[in-house]
Design a protein around this ligand. Sequence first.
Ligand code: DAH
Length: 346
Amino acid sequence: MMADNPWKEIEDYISEINNSVCEDAAALETFRIRFLGSKNVVKPIFGQIRNIENERKKEFGQKVNELKSVAEAKYAELEIAIKQSTKSAATQNIDLSLPAEPFKQGSRHPVSLVMNRIIDIFEKIGFVTAEEREIEDDWHNFTAMNTPDDHPARDMQDTFYLKDSVNYLLRTHTSSVQSRVMTSQEPPIRIIAPGRVYRNETISARSHCQFHQVEGLFIDENVSFADMKQTLLYFAREMYGPETKIRLRPSYFPFTEPSAEMDVFMGTADEKSRKLTKGTGWLEVLGCGMVDPNVLENCNIDSKKYSGFAFGIGIERSAMQKYDIGDIRWLFENDVRFLKQFSTVI
Ligand code: DAH
């Protein structure tokens, strides 16, 4: 088609472009082919430049370029508009009346529940949480803790040593954190150390080769047995109720002197407490004692200036008692049918 007036033709195309609307991607493509494709409508108009009088050729060229830029700008604008309308169509298709996707709520492990509770209780009176390695060396686990070379706890029967090593082992108690902390910090020290420990025991409903403890350590000047007793009474009353009674029975641990075991009174009123306490009413909860001066000296703490107390609380037994769990193995099997029962416990 040879237009009589190419100037007018350009103006007509520009207004056509400006008035263009595209409903969808197909319409946009038609627009692109018409104005920007390899056989677009602009090219033949440009060819008409030879019919234009010389003095207006430049002006004509500029007009054709304007047509091209208008087409390009419009194309970009239409493209954005189409993308947005596709997006909002997707949003509009959401049916807000549908029931929501169920939100799967996780649950805390009963061991963590008890451990966190104990940490909270001691943090309230200024104990700071210390965490240490589970692969420990002999010195921090045994020697520094005043455990003689011939002590049965060192026996291969009880301790998991790393392959081909007599020096590295899986810590058998969180008491190893005591020696770690005492060799790296100056007194006063007031820490609790929660964590997993390992012993080479036959697995049964009552005992496992892995379990958890929370260790406590308090070192300062003039710390006495009475301080320990009051701290542990506070703990027992927070944990088991404000009227809870405790008793300390003499015991033996290599790292404390004197040593004791603490029982809490559960009573014998119901079948559960009688079973739990073997008819005595007393439940053993932790081991404790005044830190043996040898332990302080092993860790370069002056035992003439400083004294302290320590304690170790087993977690599994408390968790089993608290949540009526009949078999320790259930705590380590990660069976969701077991675990999800704790999702409502905070
Ligand atoms: N480490 C002991 C155990 O595993 C528990 C223990 C007893 C920790 C007395 C202590 C303590 O800190 O003073 O059986």
